[in-house]
Design a protein around this ligand. Structure first.
Ligand SMILES: Cc1cc2nc3c(=O)[nH]c(=O)nc-3n(C[C@H](O)[C@H](O)[C@H](O)COP(=O)(O)OP(=O)(O)OC[C@H]3O[C@@H](n4cnc5c(N)ncnc54)[C@H](O)[C@@H]3O)c2cc1C
Length: 434
């Protein structure tokens, strides 16, 4: 039925192997090119939530996800002396919907391992050029010989190389959410046991969490800014200096965390950014996961969008007679789901690092009131609703052509609403995911 028989996927993160797996299920061959020398393991905790759990079940990885849960039980908001101000248990947040939390590296491994039997992986390589013709896309690589594919899928993350080659520079597709985030492994100095501690000063958040799934503890640093500083594009040394300037002498565990940061081998730093695009496909090239519609860590839905997107894209490729129909149907089904999940991100930064003392106090009050609001049935379940907002078995809606100006409205993206002190109850979720 399908006219697509061989697909090149750029990126072996979450979306890439998930797509390779579903393409194999539908009898379509995939080759994956990954810049790193091997699948990237380790990393922070993520949630697979809502309809993504159904997609994961159909991919055969749901049992693995359940077996690899982080089993984090409580979250505490602490003061400069480490004393608990307030907090909540994860059984409380579990009422907000179907969700399992695991380490990103565990999910990558679960999705990737079985695909090595039937998928060709080109590690340590990257696409350098793509030329579209009626018979396919001729792709050149840094290392491998040029080859022709029926379709190219960019699943290469927030700073997608495929997107840059096919749609131009990143700038116009970014929506900066006025925050920078860093995460890395530290020794478990506090002896945390399956718990998260979060400390705040206005505009700053420092978290430590422990899961039995990883050595030591994870440190999370978050800095709110009004403007983009470009620091995310600088060297790791400059990023560390930026964090020292923000957190040096600021209380709680800052001295220990900063000194561990300087030697952490898995130091991660990036801006909190969404990807918003008018269209995800051009000819025989399309985008999947963060590359096309990154919702940002503040939504807690990036991995779920990647898994669901892979499922839907593979299904549409298998049932359409040509790639144009398939890609239009993929976008028509996925865009409302991606939009709904991107919309929940704005409350996340306001929860993790409120900008003002008043904002911190309002957030703490919302956490204290949450069990009552939940019992009264008024607790905001926007995230849980967004996570369920796609029917895996629905037929593709008839695609409508988009007209008028782009969704971003102006070049360079929207400003995020700060929202401190508002909708904090919804924003509890990101604390558990990082
Ligand atoms: C701190 C933090 C916390 C998060 N918390 C959550 C959460 O709670 N819940 C949730 O659902 N999501 C969360 N996310 C988001 C989640 O990690 C991403 O949305 C998800 O990983 C997206 O998957 P992906 O496959 O699209 O991209 P990625 O996982 O980023 O994978 C992209 C892959 O492409 C590769 N690549 C990059 N460039 C090239 C190139 N030139 N050529 C070939 N390969 C390339 C990369 O090495 C990588 O393997 C969080 C993210 C962060 C940073």
């Amino acid at each position: 039925m399908t006219a697509v028989h061989n697909v090149l996927i750029s990126g072996a993160g979450i979306a890439g192997p998930a797509l390779a797996r579903r393409l194999h299920h539908h009898g379509i061959e995939a080759t994956v090119v990954e810049r790193a020398p091997a699948p990237r393991s380790g990393g922070y905790a993520i949630d697979v939530r809502g309809v993504a759990l159904d997609a994961a079940e159909r991919m055969g990885v749901l049992d693995g996800i359940i077996a690899h849960r982080t089993r984090i039980a409580t979250a505490s908001l602490v003061d400069t002396h480490g004393r608990r101000v307030t907090g909540f248990s994860t059984s409380q947040t579990a009422r907000e919907g179907r969700s399992h939390e695991l380490l990103r590296g565990d999910l990558v491994r679960l999705l990737h391992e079985p695909t090595t039997e039937y998928t060709e992986y080109l590690y340590g390589d990257s696409i350098t050029g793509m030329e579209q013709g009626p018979g396919g896309v001729r792709v050149t690589f840094e290392r491998a010989e040029p080859r022709v594919f029926d379709l190219v899928v960019g699943a290469d993350g927030l700073h997608s190389n495929t997107r840059r080659l096919a749609f131009g520079p990143e700038g116009p597709h970014r929506r900066f959410l006025e925050s920078y985030i860093s995460i890395f492994t530290v020794p478990n100095h506090l002896g945390l046991d399956r718990e998260v501690h979060l400390y705040n000063l206005p505009g700053l958040g420092m978290g430590l969490y422990h899961t039995p799934r990883a050595e030591g503890a994870k440190a999370l640093l978050m800095v709110r800014t009004d403007e983009e500083t470009g620091i995310d594009r600088r060297t790791a040394e400059e990023q560390r200096r930026f964090l020292h300037e923000a957190f040096d002498g600021r209380g709680w565990e800052s001295a220990r965390v900063l000194s561990e940061m300087d030697r952490a081998p898995d130091f991660y730093f990036d801006s909190v950014t969404q990807v918003r695009m008018d269209r995800w496909s051009t000819g025989r090239i399309t985008l999947l996961g963060d590359a096309g519609y990154c919702p940002s860590p503040m939504s807690g839905q990036g991995s779920s969008l990647a898994v669901v997107g892979a499922y839907v894209l593979a299904e549409e490729l298998a049932r359409s007679e040509d790639h144009t129909t398939a890609l239009a149907a993929y976008e028509a089904r996925m865009r409302p789901f991606a939009d709904a999940n991107q919309a929940v991100a704005d409350a996340g930064s306001g929860f993790l690092a409120p900008r003002t003392r008043l904002g911190i106090a309002a957030r703490n009050l919302a956490v204290r009131a949450a069990p009552l609001l939940s019992r009264l049935g008024t607790f905001d379940t926007r995230l849980a609703r967004a996570a369920e907002a796609l029917d895996l078995d629905a037929p593709a809606p008839v695609p409508r052509r988009r007209t008028g100006p782009g969704r971003l409205g102006r070049r360079g993206g929207h400003r995020a609403r700060s929202g401190d002190g508002r909708r904090h109850a919804t924003g509890r979720a990101p604390l558990r995911h990082l």
